[in-house]
Design a binder for this molecule. Structure first.
Ligand SMILES: *[C@@H]1O[C@H](CO)[C@@H](O)[C@H](O)[C@H]1NC(C)=O
Ligand SMILES: *[C@@H]1O[C@H](CO)[C@@H](O)[C@H](O)[C@H]1NC(C)=O
Ligand SMILES: *[C@@H]1O[C@H](CO)[C@@H](O)[C@H](O)[C@H]1NC(C)=O
Ligand SMILES: *[C@@H]1O[C@H](CO)[C@@H](O)[C@H](O)[C@H]1NC(C)=O
Length: 363
């Protein structure tokens, strides 16, 4: 009898453990940008994801060779709609065709989200796309729903901190005035359809001249104290500023997925290889752990690292071409692990770098 009870107890314990892990499991994804002329074939890239146990991917256009290579894998996908396809998708028939060719035609690819436009912003060079985003989202959503996939594949757009007029302190986060007109109806659409917002979050760009330890998850204590919420890393502060901005326009229940985050290994003045490795290592530990952010505690944060490879043909600052976590010849740049390490209570052991192990001169 005692043995039976013990066995039962062990079984229940095991079940609880499995359920806990399943609920918490939020593996880190990696963005697969292809702006380079020396990158491996799409099939080789998908193999590289598999070998490294990377189970989520973001792509920026419906590239056929990539979709073909993903067939039958367990890799979950964010598929992008390029900015310059948005206008044509303002016609329902074009959106139906897009969904048929790029989603329905790949029934054994695990689509997760459709990212309709990237960093479209009334105040940047992409302002010409502003009026096309929401109609394209609606039409794609209609087409996906009509295909019977509405519960599996959510339609969203990828935005960034450029839309925030106020981000400090985080609880005051707000969109700037002309961005609000653009984003508010989008957020209402996401709320109605139980879709997340996708946000690209880069402490590197926000804080290039500021507190490096705060940006690298290495601060030993609170840096920003905000109405009883204590921030010791900039990533959480930016994320919570976005949550506050969303809440102010009716999106308090819209979850945020971090659709890009990364740090270049070269190309800036002081930014070293080791700084970047520290950022990625600590970011992975933070988002896969169940700390959450001060405003949204107790859960892991779905996050996609930018980017799989150094992309040698990206325009702009030199650093833009050094965001890869792999070199184009497929060698890993850093020692990162994509295996979720869970202890029995479902908590991730946080592998934060030690301050003493982090010796960069000049900060
Ligand atoms: C991927 O996961 C498998 C199975 O858990 C494991 O054996 C392998 O070592 C992992 N690969 C890497 C690169 O961590
Ligand atoms: C869309 O616009 C953003 C913002 O400038 C730009 O970074 C991105 O490269 C564009 N993406 C595509 C796929 O056109
Ligand atoms: C559908 O996918 C197959 C490969 O699986 C490809 O040969 C075909 O051209 C695709 N059709 C469209 C319309 O994309
Ligand atoms: C934030 O820090 C203050 C001062 O150290 C402390 O009293 C408070 O309990 C902390 N709040 C949280 C939510 O940890």
């Amino acid at each position: 009898m005692a043995k039976m009870l013990l066995l039962l107890w062990l079984l229940v314990d095991l079940l609880v453990f499995i359920i806990t892990v399943a609920q918490d499991a939020q593996p880190v994804g990696v963005c697969y940008g292809r702006v380079g002329d020396d990158l491996p074939s799409q099939q080789d890239v998908v193999n590289l994801y598999k070998i490294n146990n990377i189970t989520r991917m973001r792509i920026y256009d419906p590239d056929r060779a990539t979709l073909q290579a993903l067939k039958g894998t367990n890799i979950e996908l964010i598929i992008g709609v390029p900015n310059d396809s948005l206008q044509s998708l303002n016609q329902q028939s074009a959106a139906n065709t897009w969904v048929r060719n790029n989603i329905q035609n790949y029934s054994d690819v695990r689509f997760r989200y459709v990212a309709v436009g990237n960093e479209v912003d009334p105040n940047n060079a992409n302002s010409q796309y502003v009026s096309y985003v929401l109609p394209a989202m609606r039409n794609l959503h209609n087409a996906i729903t009509a295909a019977g996939l509405g519960n599996q594949i959510k339609v969203s757009t990828a935005t960034y901190a450029g839309l925030l007029g106020v981000s400090y302190p985080p609880s005051n986060g707000a969109f700037n005035d002309n961005a609000r007109e653009f984003i508010e109806p989008i957020i209402k659409f996401l709320a109605e359809n139980n879709s997340p917002m996708l946000v690209n979050i880069y402490p590197y760009f926000v804080d290039a001249n500021g507190n490096l330890l705060y940006a690298l998850f290495l601060s030993p204590g609170t840096i920003v104290s905000d109405n009883g919420r204590n921030y010791s890393n900039l990533f959480d502060a930016i994320l919570d500023a976005h949550y506050a901005a969303q809440a102010s326009v009716g999106g308090e229940n819209v979850e945020i997925v971090v659709s890009e985050s990364g740090w270049p290994s070269a190309g800036g003045d002081a930014w070293t290889f080791q700084t970047a490795e520290t950022y990625y290592t600590n970011l992975i530990a933070h988002v896969t752990g169940i700390t959450g952010t001060p405003a949204k505690p107790g859960r892991s944060i779905e996050t996609y690292l930018y980017s799989m490879f150094d992309e040698g043909m990206k325009p702009g600052a030199e650093s833009e071409r050094h965001f890869g976590i792999f070199y184009p010849d497929r060698r890993p740049k850093y020692q990162l692990s994509f295996n979720l390490i869970k202890s029995r209570n479902g908590k991730i052991s946080e592998r934060y770098g030690l301050l003493s192990a982090f010796s960069v001169q000049g900060f």
